[in-house]
Structure formats: C-alpha cells, structure tokens
Design a protein around this ligand. Structure first.
Ligand code: BES
Ligand code: ZN
Ligand code: ZN
Length: 500
C-alpha cells in the first residue's frame, strides 16, 4: 500500500506552535513594553468592567470610552489602539464555573482571535480575580491548529515574545509551556486518522519520542501479548491485519515513595467488530484512542517536569474491525488474570483491552491506578459533553480524583458502582460477560463494574469515562472542536498528589 503520508516523519504532523513552544521563554514584566500587544480579560455586565484590571485610571477611562464608541457588548474580543499599544479586550464568560476555567476560556478566545495577526510582543495584563497564568495557558493551548493533515496545513503567525504583567518572576511559567506542548502532542494523536495512527505506528512514535527522554519505554508486540496471556486484549485485535501494541512508559519520580499507574484505552479505530456500528458518525471512532492519547500526553509532560511519584503509563493500542478472523459474539476468551469472558457484543471492546492492562499494572502493586477510556456512549446520555464520569471500588480513591479535578479545573462527576450490579457481569458459560442484559441499563456503570474484576484487591483504582469529553468537548476552558486532551490535567496532578 502506498501511503503518501508515510513519506513524512511523524513529528512533522505536530503543529508549528509545538516547535515554537519548545524555545519559548515566558517572562514576568512590571510594565508593558512600549508598542506591545496587550490582552485584557474583562467582564461585561450591562457595561464594561475595568476595575479588576491592574491599569491606571486614565487608561481605564480611555478604554471604556473607546469600547463604548465601538458599540462593544462583550460578545467577542475587541481590538483597540491606545497610546502606542494594541489592546485586545477579552470578554470573560459569565457562566458560573470556576475562575480558572473561565480564564483559560478567555485565553482560548485570544488564540483564535489573533491567529493571523502579526504580533511582536504579547503581554497578558493582570486581573485581580482571574489568574493571568491560566489566561496564558488557554492561549498557548489554543495555538494548536486542527487541519494538520491538510495537503498544506494553515499556519498562523506566532508572537516574538510573550510576557505576563505583574508576574514578578517566571515561577511556574515553564510548567505551563510544557503542559501546552503536552496537550498539542495529545491532540495531534487524537486528530490523526486511523490509517495513519495505526497501533504499530503509535508504538513507533512512542519508541522514537520517549527513547530520547530519560524514561523507560517498552513496546510489546502481538507475540509478547500472547506470552503475557492477554487473551482478552488479543481478541479485540483479531479482526484486523494490523497488529496490536502495548505501550509502557515508566517515569521515575522525585521522591519515588509512591507508584501511580496510568492506563489508557487506545482504540485507533472502533468499527464495533462483528457487532458493527451504524455508519452515521463512525468516522468519529478514530477518537476512540483518546484515553491512550491523554496517558501519552501526561507522559510527555512528566518526562520533562518530573513528578513526585514513580509513574507507569500503559496504553493498549489496537483497532476493532469486522472480518472473517474477527471475534464472534458468543466467543469465550481468557484474560491475563485467568478469568474467562463471554464476548456477547464485540463493540464493548474497550473493557476487553483494559481488563488485561489493569491486570498487567496490578502486578507491580501501585499505590493508585487510574484508567481513562472513551468506554460508553451511555455516558453521553448521563452527563453530556461538559464533564467526565469517574467511578471506583474505593470511595477514598474516587474522592482523591474528584478533589484533583476541582483543584485543576477538570469537571468530573461520580457514578456509583453499586454492589447489587456485580451479578450482572457474571455469565452462565464463562466467569464474566462483557455486556449486561439490556434491562439492566446503567451502561456506564456496567463498564466500570466489568473493569473492577481485573484490578487486584486492595489497590485504589478509579475509572474515568471520557466518551463525552475526549472530543467535541463542551466544558469551559477546553477546545470545543476535535480532540480536547481532556483528562491530562487530572492525571498529571495525581502523579504529584500528596495524599496518596
Ligand atoms: N467506543 C465506544 C463508546 C463510544 C460511543 C464512545 C460513542 C464515544 C461515542 C465503545 O467501544 C462502545 O461501543 N461501547 C458500547 C458498549 C455497549 C455495546 C455495551 C456502547 O456504548 O454502545
Ligand atoms: Zn466499541
Ligand atoms: Zn470503543
């Protein structure tokens, strides 16, 4: 097969801004340098509110006057020329969500607005309530361009320098730049089509990228998975001529007293297998690797910004295709932990992959396991696109993740794993079945109930269902189209969490 995409190295598909960020040094400044382009986040509530901004009164009066003359109603950014500077008023969302997320949203808006503007020095004005660092973060994240696979990708223009007003030094700024790069890496993987990002290619990308970092990266082939007795994972790969890969990245922590395992569902394409999905919208199933992409994005960040704890990242990269060799509904497969599974629906494949990965990471007895997966369409019925579902066997573990979500501005909502439902994943002919009978409903919870069977007793574990937020995410502070990199924030934070 001749694929012209393959003539290019994988990293040439990363956005130009990803490379630009590598050498970007954001600084703190006391004053806006003359001739700057200044971003001013401000509220509009029946009139412009400038009192939260750290600017002189005379300047505020001029801005207020000009904005009024321009008929500005806070519906989008407004550019004004004041003295020798270009100012951009960035309306802050009036939604009742955390300031952190509204600040990031303003930054995302700025990136869109300035995409084609030639900016020399960009300065973020400080705001009394909203963290300027979060506006910066939203801006840098927003510099990602979709359309990287166009024959000629559109490239915006990037500023020469970026500074924060009122931020005395550069504390925390390099972490923000590093985080933005990690989200770009994540989103490129997400947006990539399944004929490019195959499981095999993903393994090569991992070896190539992480091989140059001070981490241990291992890619297991089909043969290795057979040796590991991963019959459940392998059953998903069976319909495709492309081999599966298990990608494992180990990062040493600063203290190394605790171990965290991050597990990601990496279905580079989910056609449903023999339980074929309907054709409408099937193309979106290239995003069924969003959990795996988030885990790899977290590894990208942690390889540069060392976490406190040791981290084991594991991704199950595979595609679920129908064919004469594919798993049939009714087949019984054996997972790595010895449990047998009756596969009643080949489209409930994510849990089959995660089953073996959870057993694999359990072997090293980590202090915490979190898995991320676009596991169920049902989570969309429960929570829509504005937040992800979390569930787990251990109440404290779930609380830890919920608190982290709160702290980092990642909207998460708990669903229960009711003990009454345990029997619904038991099969008459095997130990387990991969779907419950239709009357049970509670699709997202049943996904969690199934996974719980593969986590070694006593290890705190949380499952995050990101099917509603992995792409086309509607949460404030996240990119709204294409891949969102949802989840990266919480798992990165978990790797330095004090309370483990
Ligand atoms: N990848 C899908 C879940 C999904 C659906 C994610 C829509 C995002 C949007 C998953 O593998 C799947 O097909 N799940 C089935 C499970 C069912 C057969 C129990 C589902 O949700 O329909
Ligand atoms: Zn599926
Ligand atoms: Zn799937």
């Amino acid at each position: 097969m001749v694929d012209r995409h393959d003539a290019r190295s994988w990293d040439s598909f990363l956005p130009v801004s990803y490379k630009w960020l590598e050498s970007l040094k954001v600084t703190g400044v006391e004053q806006w340098p003359a001739g700057s382009f200044v971003a001013l986040p401000c509220q509009y509530d029946n009139g412009i509110k400038l009192d939260q901004l750290d600017i002189e009164q005379a300047m505020a009066a001029v801005i207020g006057d000009k904005a009024k003359k321009a008929g500005w109603k806070g519906k989008g950014p407004l550019m004004l020329e004041v003295q020798d500077s270009q100012l951009v008023l960035l309306p802050i969302s009036s939604l009742k969500v955390e300031g952190l997320r509204r600040a990031r949203e303003a930054g995302l808006d700025l990136a869109k607005f300035t995409k084609d503007l030639n900016i020399g020095s960009l300065v973020f004005a400080s705001h009394k309530e909203l963290p300027t660092t979060a506006v910066l973060e939203g801006y840098l994240i927003g510099l990602y361009e979709a359309g990287l696979f166009k024959g000629k990708a559109d490239e915006g223009v990037l500023p020469e320098t970026v500074a924060l007003h009122g931020h005395a030094d550069s504390t925390g700024l390099k972490e923000i730049v590093s985080f933005a790069r990690a989200t770009m890496f994540t989103r490129m993987l997400q947006d990539a089509p399944a004929n490019w990002l195959t499981p095999v290619k993903w393994g090569q990308i991992a070896t190539d990228y992480f091989g140059k970092k001070n981490v241990e990266c291992k890619v297991l082939s089909k043969k290795d998975l057979i040796e590991e007795n991963m019959g459940s994972f392998l059953s998903v790969a069976q319909g495709s001529p492309i081999e599966p890969r298990l990608i494992s990245i180990k990062i040493k922590g600063r203290s190394g007293k605790k171990k965290v395992a991050l597990v990601g569902k990496g279905l580079t394409f989910d056609a449903g297998g023999i339980s074929l999905k309907p054709s409408a919208g099937m193309g979106e199933m290239k995003y069924d690797m969003s959990g795996g992409a988030a885990v790899m994005g977290a590894a990208h960040y942690l390889a540069d910004q060392q976490p406190d704890h040791d981290v084991h990242c594991v991704i199950g990269a595979v595609e679920n295709m129908p064919s004469g060799t594919a798993t049939r509904p009714g087949d019984i497969v054996q997972a790595r932990n010895g449990k047998t599974i009756e596969v009643l629906n080949t489209d409930a494949e994510g849990r089959l992959v995660l089953a073996d990965l959870l057993s694999y990471v359990s072997d090293e007895s980590p202090d915490f396991i979190v898995d991320l997966a676009t596991l169920t369409g049902a989570v969309l019925h429960g929570l829509g696109h504005a937040g992800a579902a979390v569930m787990g066997g251990d109440e404290n573990a779930v609380k830890t993740i919920l608190n982290i979500g709160q702290e980092v501005g990642e909207p998460l909502w708990q669903l229960p794993l009711w003990p009454e439902l345990e029997k619904e994943v038991k099969s008459d002919v095997a130990d387990l079945k991969n779907i419950a009978k239709p009357a049970v409903l509670a699709g997202t919870i049943m996904g969690g109930m199934f996974l719980k069977e593969f986590v070694k007793e006593g290890i705190p574990w949380v499952h995050m269902d990101i099917a509603g937020t992995g792409w086309s995410c509607q949460a404030t502070g996240y990119p709204k189209t294409n891949g969102s990199a949802f989840g990266v924030r919480s798992i990165v934070q978990l790797c330095s969490e004090k309370s483990l």
